[in-house]
Write a protein that binds this ligand. Structure first.
Ligand code: NI
Length: 214
């Protein structure tokens, strides 16, 4: 599992809710966390490593030593948006591209943590911005979708370069074809559904490493 860059199809593919946290999901969370710190990000969502599951990690301090600031959100749902504030954003799927994006200043977010416990929080400013950006990733929405006309013009060349690099990597067979990537995404979705079904058939047995959610 590696970082994927725009226009990788996983970034536009809506992710599936996660209904079980087993070893494989814990492994994905570990990999997301590792890559977020390695690339000095403040958040990273599963689709950004080619995994179509509703999981993201964040740490507004971008500091691996500060574990208290680290959050893992599973199946997050945003509500009660209020206020509006413009701020500079970047995205690990668009290295080097920064633009102003308008976001709600305050939000409420509900979801699950890796222990399967539900959470419900009111967030504002940077935390609210990160959660909105990462939750968008889980629904195939990207920060470029919110650029204003000036930002769109200013980023045109950069986006064309990402598209060109991506096509070149596919031609060199460094990346699979889009058709093959979509096949892999669907296979991961089916695998998650199967693991969930299997866990439900043994739900009466103690399974500490597999915590069902919902
Ligand atoms: Ni991003």
């Amino acid at each position: 599992m590696k970082l994927v860059h725009y226009p990788h199809p996983a970034l536009r593919h809506p992710a599936k809710p996660v209904t079980i946290v087993d070893k494989q999901i814990q492994h994905i969370i570990g990999r997301l966390t590792e890559l977020m710190y390695e690339h000095r990000g403040v958040g990273l969502a599963a689709p950004q490593i080619g995994v179509p599951y509703q999981i993201f990690v964040m740490n507004p301090e971008a500091d691996p030593q500060n574990k208290e600031a680290e959050w893992v959100m599973i199946n997050p749902v945003i509500s009660n948006k209020s206020g509006s504030v413009e701020g500079e954003e970047g995205c690990l799927s668009f290295p080097g591209l920064y633009q102003k994006v308008r976001r709600a200043q305050k939000i409420r977010v509900q979801g699950f943590d890796p222990q399967g416990k539900s959470f419900d929080r009111e967030l504002s400013d940077l935390l609210a911005r990160i959660v909105q950006h990462e939750t968008d990733h889980l629904h195939g929405r990207l920060f470029i979708d919110y650029f204003n006309p000036v930002g769109r013009i200013a980023s045109k060349t950069a986006l064309a370069a990402f598209e060109r690099d991506y096509r070149r990597d596919q031609e060199k067979k460094l990346l699979p074809s889009n058709k093959e990537i979509l096949r892999q995404l669907r296979a991961m979705e089916e695998e998650l559904a199967q693991r969930t079904a299997q866990s439900q058939t043994v739900a009466s047995q103690p399974a500490p490493s597999a915590v069902p959610l919902l």
